[in-house]
Design a protein around this ligand. Structure first.
Ligand SMILES: C[S@@+](CC[C@H](N)C(=O)[O-])C[C@H]1O[C@@H](n2cnc3c(N)ncnc32)[C@H](O)[C@@H]1O
Length: 312
């Protein structure tokens, strides 16, 4: 493997011809909120109803999923929201999976002129980033895959770090994620939702969060395509518009996913219903666990609409 910056290594290892995400489904390697429970799509379906009302029930309502994996979220939403006005679009680098519903379009690039909801769950953490360290003179330099420091960071990266992550030994420069998010929303009207693990300025780590995943286990990130390579997202630098940043736990609770257990009395009066409710409560508990998926962030951004009217 040639020595390179981590941004170049991520690009090649994740999305190159034999890249990690090109070769296999994300669900085969780790568990995201989408795979944990259909209650995530239930909550997003509630959002769709709200945004639809705010937009005045347009003739066509787009649901665009960026970094759609194998289309699992869109399949769930399609079943939950039977409405002929809905247009489902997956945006993915990987090929369209066989057997996907023909109601779902599969694109490589984010479409423009969409009206409705754009969603991106655990996409931005896989958008390649530069990892930056400081040399003995305090100059910010790009970390290379052999662990040494390479060229000095460019002025825009230095400015981003000064504004968003001033205090670090090693940091990820979120500029590439900010640009990816803003460019994805440029042609959209309605609500946009990014769900990811990340941090905000008041609690940035001192060291890089770059890590790898393989077969469900956290491992050293490898630049050869054998592992996922991911880093937490600076969630507060993404949006330039009106937005709400809230934990997944609080967001799901606001949307009615509480994780409350069914009353024990139901076990004898209606055992099947009790069992179903218990499974739902267990899944909701996983989605809202503050030490796990519940600690992920929801960034809700309004595009031509008042975001506060789209979220309870
Ligand atoms: C961690 S997976 C998340 C999959 C799914 N959204 C979920 O939550 O389970 C990230 C996905 O984003 C896709 N991806 C990354 N960058 C992309 C880009 N620029 N355009 C489209 N898809 C992208 C990857 O191929 C991968 O399938």
């Amino acid at each position: 493997m040639p020595v390179s910056t981590w941004r170049e290594a991520m690009e090649r290892a994740l999305y190159g011809p034999d890249g990690f995400f090109v070769r296999q489904a994300p669900a085969s390697q780790f568990r995201t909120s989408v795979h944990a429970s259909s209650q995530l799509s239930t909550a997003i379906a509630t959002l769709v109803h709200k945004v639809d009302a705010v937009l005045g029930h347009p003739d066509r309502f787009d649901i665009v999923d960026i970094g759609a994996g194998r289309g699992e979220l869109l399949e769930a939403l399609r079943v939950q929201l039977a409405d002929p006005r809905l247009r489902f679009t997956a945006v993915e680098i990987a090929d369209r999976p066989p057997g996907l519903s023909p109601d779902i379009s599969w694109l490589r690039e984010v479409p423009t002129g969409t009206v409705g909801l754009v969603v991106a769950t655990e996409w931005l953490d896989n958008v390649p980033v530069d990892v930056v360290g400081r040399d003995g003179d305090g100059v910010a330099r790009l970390l290379l895959t052999d662990g040494t420091l390479g060229p000095a960071a460019d002025p825009e990266t230095v400015d981003w770090l000064a504004a968003w992550w001033p205090d670090f030994e090693q940091a990820e420069a979120g500029l590439t994620r900010d640009r990816a998010w803003r460019s994805a929303l440029a042609g959209h009207t309605g609500l946009a939702l990014a769900v990811d693990y990340g941090h905000t300025k008041d609690q940035r780590p001192f060291f890089s969060t770059l890590t790898g995943y393989r077969e469900g286990r956290q491992v050293q990130p490898a630049p050869d395509g054998s592992t996922d390579i991911t880093a937490h997202v600076a969630m507060d630098s993404l949006s330039t518009g009106e937005s709400i940043l809230i934990s997944q736990r609080d967001a799901l609770r606001a949307l009615g996913i509480t994780g409350a257990r069914p009353p024990l009395s139901l076990a004898s009066s209606d055992p099947r219903r009790y069992l179903r409710a218990l499974v739902a409560a267990t899944e909701a508990a996983e989605l809202t666990d503050p030490a796990g998926l519940g600690g992920h962030w929801w960034l809700l951004e309004g595009r031509g609409v008042d975001v506060a009217r789209c979220f309870p």
